[in-house]
Write a protein that binds this ligand. Structure first.
Ligand SMILES: Cc1ncc(COP(=O)(O)O)c(C=O)c1O
Length: 396
């Protein structure tokens, strides 16, 4: 079939591809541990599920407005005020089918063909395809390991041109787990104040999984107020990936533009999931804290186990649920006479020989690294990292 050229701008997510390959191998009866998955292994807290049952039984089963129910947008507005000191009214908020849709809505609403988009690397796998799908040009900025894979204000300054329309980043970051500190954000803001034509998409989906202290949004700086779209959602912090609820808060004209795009594509998000979302934000937060504590224990365990592997260079991350070690010392080595040249090939080797599925850093813009998710049990963390260590020791 003669399909559209637009499809060539979209690269299949390697995280999803690796997860699919691991699942298929498991289904064939092979002993595979998957560390490629990007979702909490916990089920959604009971109070949130109960709210969904109640909403369903009360007949909240109809279309909602495209941008989400007023009640849910009010709950999001209150959350942003109380937790993040951000002032966005319900008219400045749109609810979507996951943070992913909010991100794509915003990118499509902001970019014209040829606009440059700064992507601090490592970046989330889906950002480049979103940008190219919208006709934009990607300008990757390398976050260096010595700065915990974060981009400095000086790097930002030197990359901005008069064509730069947007900068898009996540903090806590998927894949590096890095968290932008208040002083790092302030330094970015100083640069951005000198370049008022640059808009910011701040992806804060891992807000609740931050071990370094309080989450800070770049939107809290008064000079950034009308220049930031804050994207967040319930998937990671509330273990609600399957419910598909995300949102964007930003300038009202951008929200209206996103409403137009989303109205064309999917209309309002699931009504029952939105009702559950109100309970997630307004109800007790114990489960969120409990999950974070468990993630932190697992992070430390995986850090300790990875440190036992000679040749891996790793940093203990401040947030999210991934380790992102540098594997460059293994590249160029061979297994059974076959040379392993890239982190992608190294991941395939580990899948075949160790039976562990992880993701290469290449699609995240950091080809020397690999991403391991620790959203799994302590037992699996120990077993999988030991298997990886054994397999890597076979390379020569
Ligand atoms: C950095 C980042 N942003 C956005 C998303 C999308 O989240 P959602 O499941 O709410 O669409 C993900 C999911 O993996 C993510 O890692």
């Amino acid at each position: 079939m003669n399909l559209s050229q637009r499809l060539e701008t979209v690269i299949e997510s390697q995280t999803l591809a690796m997860t699919k390959m691991a699942r298929e191998m498991k289904e064939k009866g092979m002993d595979i541990i998957s560390l490629s998955i990007g979702e909490p292994d916990f089920n959604t807290p009971q109070n949130i599920c109960d709210a969904a049952y109640s909403a369903m039984n009360a007949g909240q089963t109809h279309y909602t407005p495209v941008s989400g129910t007023l009640e849910f947008r009010k709950a999001i507005s209150d959350k942003l005020k109380n937790e993040n000191q951000l002032d966005f009214g319900p008219n400045q908020i749109i609810v979507s089918n996951g943070a992913k849709q909010s991100l794509l809505n915003a990118v499509l609403a902001i970019l014209n063909p040829g606009d440059e988009v700064l992507l601090p690397a490592p970046f989330w796998v889906s950002y480049p395809s979103m940008v190219t799908y919208a006709g934009g040009t990607i300008v990757p900025l390398d976050g260096l390991p010595e700065n915990n894979y974060k981009v400095t204000a000086a790097q930002l300054e030197s990359a901005i041109t008069n064509k730069t329309k947007l900068i898009m980043f996540s903090s806590p970051c998927n894949p590096s787990g890095s968290v932008m500190s208040e002083s790092e954000l302030s330094a970015w803001v100083e640069v951005l104040e000198r370049h008022p034509h640059v808009f910011v998409i701040s992806d804060e989906i891992y807000e609740k999984i931050n071990y370094s202290g309080k989450h800070i949004s770049i939107a809290k700086y008064p000079s950034m107020k009308n220049r930031v779209a804050v994207v967040n959602g319930l998937s990671k912090g509330y273990a609600m990936t399957g419910w598909r609820i995300g949102y964007m808060a930003g300038p009202e004209d951008l929200v209206k533009a996103c409403d137009k795009i989303q109205g064309l594509m999917t209309s309002g998000a699931n009504s029952v999931a939105q009702a559950a979302g109100i309970e997630a934000l307004n109800g007790k937060q114990d489960s969120v804290l409990e999950m974070k504590v468990i993630f932190e224990t697992r992070r430390n365990l995986m850090f300790q186990k990875l440190n036992e592997i000679v040749g891996l260079k790793n940093i203990n991350p401040d947030g999210a649920f991934y380790h992102f070690p540098d594997v460059s010392s293994f590249l160029g080595k061979s297994y059974n006479g076959n040379k392993i040249n890239t982190s992608d090939e190294l991941c395939l080797f580990l899948l075949e020989v160790a039976g562990v599925s992880i993701v290469a850093g290449t699609p995240f813009g950091s080809p020397n690294c690999v991403r391991l998710s620790y959203a799994t049990s302590e037992e699996m963390i120990i077993e999988s990292v030991e298997r990886i260590g054994k397999a890597l020791s076979l390379l020569n």
